[in-house]
Write a protein that binds this ligand. Structure first.
Ligand SMILES: CC(=O)SCCNC(=O)CCNC(=O)[C@H](O)C(C)(C)COP(=O)(O)OP(=O)(O)OC[C@H]1O[C@@H](n2cnc3c(N)ncnc32)[C@H](O)[C@@H]1OP(=O)(O)O
Ligand SMILES: N[C@@H](CCO)C(=O)O
Length: 377
């Protein structure tokens, strides 16, 4: 099966109040959000989920930050809108590393996303989807919205803020921009600023989406024909997914094996091509291309040192207890990027040893759980 786009549901993206609720709750910001790049969002909503109970002095709250295509459903079973258990279900729950018998765990869907928070698929004030009118948002803007959520929840100071990849960018941004609100921070497989290589990998992904005839300049929402840039999003995911895994893993899992009885000499696929097709189809069925563009660009513009005197000066503002870890087989976020953060903030640094590449922060629950325990120690 290839990703023709046919048969995929129209991608409208956002989960909203009134949709099957699952565990999601919604928070609407207290007013307009002034954006780092200039301009503002007149209003915004964040979808979020929580586990555990906030204690009376508000000292047991943990913020978990998801990566590019993650969302608020970090723990718990499958639910409406989620065919799978939470993406960190191995780490969050009673008796787990983030022990919800003790902790109050909060997971918001990021601003610009498509799983309940305001993003390009959301309606603007005129009642029409933002589409191409959705502004550029940065990790700093995203953290501002999460600060407002924390205020609304009665959390002044997080016991921990933890995240991997794009989630690690926001965790680091919290530690730099609101040091008095963060006791400890866990930054996994992430970076202080996007590198040329990371921006370069994003470039063909953005190009694939924008050159899809279904893109319509970013204004494809609500089309009666349901047309959208599903193929372009699928191509973007194929490119990205290779960077999320390691060369040895792909070699070992797939080698030159053919997919079932297909023959690449006669137009058939290698097994690894089928694997990428599968991930492309899954993402195109659950994620909005407009959000993929907005969030990819927010990662590209991530630079913790911008207008702060550079990366070292910015990281010098971190007062939280810090654990920073990279993955030894991560070709997208190489270890030197984690080492740069750890060196500057002077916290604990670790290396996750895994064949699974960048995605290891989602897969290696045992090793990540040990880091969480060390953080909360
Ligand atoms: C469903 C949701 O709502 S998830 C929402 C939030 N998700 C996230 O935040 C993270 C997004 N997910 C990911 O990044 C990845 O899926 C990960 C990291 C979780 C996956 O990691 P892994 O467990 O190592 O899975 P892996 O990459 O090996 O893929 C397994 C899938 O490939 C399929 N597959 C394996 N080989 C092939 C092949 N030759 N041809 C076709 N498909 C194949 C498997 O059948 C399996 O399918 P399924 O996931 O539909 O059951
Ligand atoms: N597989 C992860 C990796 C991004 O860092 C995701 O889709 O969010």
């Amino acid at each position: 099966m290839t990703d023709s786009g046919a048969g995929l549901p129209p991608v409208t993206g956002a989960w909203r109040p009134g949709d099957p609720p699952g565990r999601r709750k919604w928070f609407t910001g207290p007013g307009a959000l002034a954006l780092e790049a200039g301009g503002s969002l007149p209003s915004y909503t964040l979808a979020y989920e929580t586990w555990g109970t906030l204690n009376s002095d508000g000292s047991n709250a943990v913020l978990v930050e998801h990566a590019l295509t993650g969302d608020s459903h970090a723990a718990g079973p499958a639910e409406p809108g989620h065919p799978s258990a939470g993406w960190w279900d191995g780490l969050i729950g009673p008796g787990k590393a983030f022990d919800t018998d003790e902790l109050f765990v909060v997971v918001p869907n990021v601003l610009g996303g498509c799983q309940g928070s305001t993003g390009p698929a959301s309606d603007a004030e005129d009642g029409r989807p933002y589409g191409s009118r959705f502004p550029a948002v940065t990790a700093r803007d995203q953290v501002r919205t999460e600060e407002a959520l924390a205020d609304a929840l009665g959390v002044y100071r997080w016991a921990a803020v933890a995240g991997g990849s794009m989630g690690g960018m926001r965790a680091l941004e919290w530690a730099v921009s609101a040091p008095d609100r963060v006791d400890s921070v866990l930054v996994l497989a992430s970076t202080a600023r996007a590198s040329a290589e990371q921006i370069a990998w994003a470039a063909p992904q953005l190009h694939a989406i924008r050159s899809d005839s279904g893109w319509h300049g970013g204004d494809y929402y609500g089309r009666p024909d349901g047309e959208g840039p599903h193929r372009g999003l699928g191509v973007a995911r194929r490119i990205a997914h290779v960077t999320y895994r390691s060369e040895p893993e792909l070699a070992q899992r797939f080698g030159r094996r053919h997919q079932d009885d297909e023959d690449p000499l006669r137009g058939g696929r290698f097994a690894v091509e089928s694997y990428l097709d599968h991930h492309a189809e899954k993402l195109a069925a659950r994620f909005d291309a407009g959000s993929y563009v907005v969030l990819t660009e927010s990662m590209n513009t991530h630079d913790i040192g911008r207008d702060r005197g550079g990366v070292a000066a910015a990281l010098a503002q971190v007062t939280a207890r810090t654990v920073v870890a990279g993955v030894d087989s991560d070709r997208l976020y190489p270890l030197y990027q984690s080492a740069e953060i750890a060196g500057a903030v002077g916290g604990e640094s670790a290396v996750v040893s895994s064949p699974y590449g960048h995605d290891s922060f989602l897969i290696e629950s045992g090793q990540i759980g040990a880091l969480v325990k060390s953080l909360l120690g």
